[in-house]
Design a protein around this ligand. Structure first.
Ligand code: DC
Length: 250
């Protein structure tokens, strides 16, 4: 918007900028497709809130493991999800995950949680609690939610839906780099197999499987830099904001 145009718009209606539309952006895709980094940077560029819904499922999974509940016991796991307080906060550019007041940001990334989270997140009782909370977090707009079912189930009315993919070799390479930095040693071939297994479980479950929404924009990030994919999404978002605001003031 040009400054002069904005000035006249303000003179006509001093409250006009209070109503500038804040989008709801959904980013879905398989494990290690770059969702978290992309969503975090897109949110930062637009001044939006970033919500990592995978972290919410991981936090519940951590509690299940701590309580030593059998992974087959969907009734107890559902009841636990209902009474567990998961909070996401941003602290100095870092996304933090809390179970009540306990910072579990690191613990939810441990290998046992990663191995068990697909099973825990496949239970309808767990999903209904998570979806309810995610919708509450998105209610005021100005949010980037990332996960598996955001564009299809959680927020089918999202203003912009992105589906990120990358070939499995590239995803394993990226995951290895992250783990190396964290001081964890694991063979790349093992990571390839883990990613394939998790993708299979996430996309073949009965309820809210991982799937591209019909109206999502698919981006293959195998040969893109993070900056390129972030730039692409931010540009799309700004186009939508411009269009929505233009029709709002017509
Ligand atoms: O994005 P992630 O790897 O942290 O997600 C962990 C698991 O949580 C993933 O294997 C599937 C599940 N998940 C889900 O079922 N629905 C979401 N919206 C987000 C994650």
């Amino acid at each position: 918007m040009v400054a002069r145009e904005a000035y006249f718009r303000y003179i006509k209606n001093p409250y006009c900028f209070a109503s500038l539309k804040k989008l709801v952006i959904a980013i879905d895709g398989p494990a290690a497709s770059g969702k978290s980094t992309t969503a975090r940077l897109v949110a930062r560029k637009l001044g939006y809130l970033h919500i990592d819904t995978g972290a919410m499922y991981r936090a519940i999974t951590l509690r299940v493991l701590e309580e030593k509940i059998s992974l087959d016991d969907d009734a107890r796991i559902g009841a636990l999800a209902e009474k567990t307080d998961v909070r996401l906060e941003r602290l100095e550019e870092e996304n933090k995950v809390y179970l009540s007041d306990r910072d579990v940001s690191r613990a939810i990334r441990n290998p046992e949680v990663t191995r068990s989270v697909s099973t825990v997140s496949s239970y309808p009782a767990v999903r209904s609690v998570m979806v309810r909370e995610q919708r509450k977090l998105a209610a005021r707009g100005g949010v980037v939610l990332e996960g598996r079912d955001i564009g299809t189930v959680v927020l089918p009315e999202a203003d912009l839906k992105i589906y990120l993919v990358a070939n499995v070799a590239e995803r394993a390479r990226r995951r290895k780099k992250e783990l190396d930095l964290a001081g964890e040693k694991i063979e790349e071939q093992k990571l390839v197999q883990e990613l394939i297994d998790r993708d299979t479980r996430d996309s073949s479950r009965e309820i809210s499987p991982l799937r591209k929404a019909d109206d999502a924009v698919e981006i293959d990030t195998s040969h893109l830099t993070i900056e390129q994919q972030v730039e692409f999404i931010v540009r799309r978002a700004k186009e939508i904001i411009k269009k929505l605001n233009a029709s709002h003031y017509r």
